[in-house]
Design a protein around this ligand. Structure first.
Ligand code: DGT
Ligand code: CA
Ligand code: ZN
Length: 571
């Protein structure tokens, strides 16, 4: 979404205004940035459907900032930010990018310790120079270090959902080059890892023209390497793309090698050694004679190694090879198995579309959905209260009469308060078909209290599922502390499911927790957490995360037909 990119610039403007000692304005920019970040639907979509006035309806956004948003949508920059940047010393620009280090602190660090950039800052932390500065202290030094690490991660990896469309468009371009037989995405992207460092692409061709085309794509910012069989470029989108060109004969071996993971490759190589082979990206060879044995396809390769084919999502050396040897690999759930989407919002709370619009879009590929608008004291999400719930409930009933062969479950996403109480009246809870409970505030409780809080919410007999159970936001916010063994136990004994939230920056539960939850016999659901009908397509991200967590059809409640689903969630 553009929201975050724009929010980042608005925060940047606020920081610079602070440095320039301009009063009041920074606050307005910060407020606007905050609201944009938590908006949940895309400002670009609002602008396209409702224009300037649509943007002005967003809380905290007046005419001035709305115009800057439009400028960014159209030109990908905000002139005021560019102008302001020139007014302050350059060292600030780098430092204020660090989460938790604002203009005021950056100024002190620069004056007292001469810190000009990130590398100076890191040195000062290592030498513990910061803790002794007035107004800083050990804790503050630790926080700056944390901020540095987040910044580092952020500048190194991108979300799966951001890399995928870029990779697909490159694939389209390369497919159309003469003599290109096959184009495949490899690396962590093929394994559907939640974030990726770069995009790896593999091509069968004996024509080096494909390298030319690749290096001359219009979004290439810089060519990093250019050879006869490989090239690497850095794109305007701030991501690197590596291309390998390989011959037909060893394509399977190359695809396998460049899909990884590195750990999976190493484990496969050990098996091949035991079998008297040598395995590399060119194929499988006899150790004795050096003769090529095979490697044209991945299927052939796994077969020659005496094990069953392993899906890319499983290739992390987390037990998949042992399972494959014993013929015990899971039969992974697929997008086609999914009959419903179990978390989405409408314009009754903070969504951008009506319930009907969401339902019509979902009906194209699903059999039923749960509309789960926010309920409780979550003001920022325009949460429903008892009075507004009545209208919501009627709207759903009415639509269910109108829509044929499709069911809208009456759901809510209710807030879990600090003590584990569900912020919703029993009369309302009783009317629901499906109730999600989740945490949106007080993230910093310690592990014991947080675990108690979630388990207590599960004790509530109306709760069917805990949404985004760890609360993490990829590249932005860590999970809160939970003792998952206790959570699994409570989930099973109360018959509460845990959600795999499919929204691109959540993917929560993550792959490892999904696997653990399944081992502990916990039921799982997938919810896109859509805030606009365009988000419904994120379902596939939930499915791929489930697959990375070894989920089979039977582990995911969304694969059930409606009646069976309702029976299964009954408490
Ligand atoms: P990423 O890019 O960090 O998200 O993760 P990957 O897995 O895409 O890693 P990348 O791009 O460095 O390399 C792509 C694949 O190439 C990797 O999954 C396995 C293979 N590969 C790269 N370096 C090595 C290596 O040193 N040893 C082995 N066995 N395989 C490697
Ligand atoms: Ca990669
Ligand atoms: Zn939520």
């Amino acid at each position: 979404m553009l929201n975050e990119e724009i929010a980042k610039l608005l925060y940047g403007i606020a920081e610079i205004l602070d440095i320039l000692k301009i009063q009041w304005k920074p606050r307005a920019y910060r407020k606007a940035a905050q609201n944009l970040e938590s908006l949940g639907y895309d400002v670009k979509e609002i602008y396209e459907s409702k224009g300037l006035n649509g943007l002005k309806e967003i809380p905290g956004i007046g005419e001035g900032i709305a115009k800057k948003i439009i400028e960014y949508i159209k030109t990908k920059k905000i002139t005021e930010y560019e102008t302001l940047k020139k007014k302050i010393p350059s060292h600030f620009l780098e430092l204020i990018n660090i989460p938790g280090l604002g203009a005021r602190k950056a100024e002190i660090l620069n004056k007292k310790l001469g810190i000009e950039n990130i590398s100076d800052l890191r040195k000062a932390i290592v030498q513990h120079k910061i803790k002794d500065l007035e107004g800083f202290g050990l804790k503050s030094e630790g926080n700056i270090l944390k901020g540095l690490n987040i910044f580092k991660k952020k500048s190194e990896r991108v979300l799966l959902s951001q890399a995928l469309p870029i990779a697909d468009s490159i694939k389209e371009i390369l497919k159309n080059v003469n003599d290109v037989k096959t184009v495949d995405i490899a690396g962590s992207l093929r394994r559907m890892k939640e974030t990726v460092k770069d995009i790896d692409i593999l091509v069968i061709s004996n024509n080096i023209k494909v390298i030319d085309t690749f290096c001359n794509m219009e979004n290439v910012k810089e060519v990093i390497v250019r050879g006869n069989t490989k090239a690497a470029v850095f794109l305007n989108e701030n991501i690197e793309v590596d291309l390998r060109v390989v011959p037909d004969k060893s394509y399977g071996a190359a695809l396998n090698y460049f899909t990884g993971s590195r750990e999976h490759n190493i484990a496969l190589r050990q098996i091949s050694i035991k079998k008297g082979f040598k395995l590399n990206e060119y194929g499988l060879f006899s150790r004795k004679t050096g003769k090529f044995v095979g490697g044209k396809t991945e299927e052939e390769l796994y077969k020659l190694l005496g094990i069953g084919y392993i899906e890319p999502e499983l290739r992390e050396d987390k037990g998949e090879i042992e399972a494959s040897i014993k013929n015990k690999l899971p039969n992974l759930v697929t997008l086609k198995d999914i009959k419903s989407d179990l978390q989405m919002h409408s314009d009754f709370s903070d969504g951008g579309n009506s319930i009907e619009e969401m339902a019509i879009e979902a009906k194209k590929s699903l059999r039923y959905i749960a509309i789960t608008d926010h309920y409780g004291s979550l003001k920022i999400a325009n949460a429903l209260n008892k009075k507004r719930f009545k209208k919501y409930s009627e709207a759903i009933d009415k639509l269910n009469k109108k829509l044929m062969d499709f069911k809208i479950l009456k759901g809510l996403e209710v807030d879990i308060d600090k003590n584990g109480n569900v912020e919703c009246e029993v009369e309302v809870l009783k009317e629901l078909d499906f109730c999600l409970a989740s945490i949106h505030r007080a993230f910093t409780l310690n592990k014991t209290d947080m675990t108690k809080r979630v388990c207590k919410a599960m004790d509530n007999r109306y709760v069917n599922c805990i949404a985004h159970p760890t609360g993490r936001l990829l590249l932005k916010r860590d999970s809160y502390d939970l003792d998952f063994n206790k959570v699994y136990e409570a989930a099973v004994s109360n018959n509460v499911a845990l959600e795999i939230n499919a929204f691109p920056d959540r993917l929560d539960l993550n792959d490892d927790l999904i696997k653990e939850a399944i081992e502990n016999k916990v039921n799982l659901t997938i919810g896109t957490d859509s805030h606009a009908k365009e988000h419904l397509r994120f379902l596939f991200l939930g499915v791929s995360t489930a697959r990375r967590g070894w989920a089979e059809r039977k582990n995911i409640l969304n694969t059930l037909e409606l009646n069976k689903f309702l029976k299964t969630i009954k408490r």
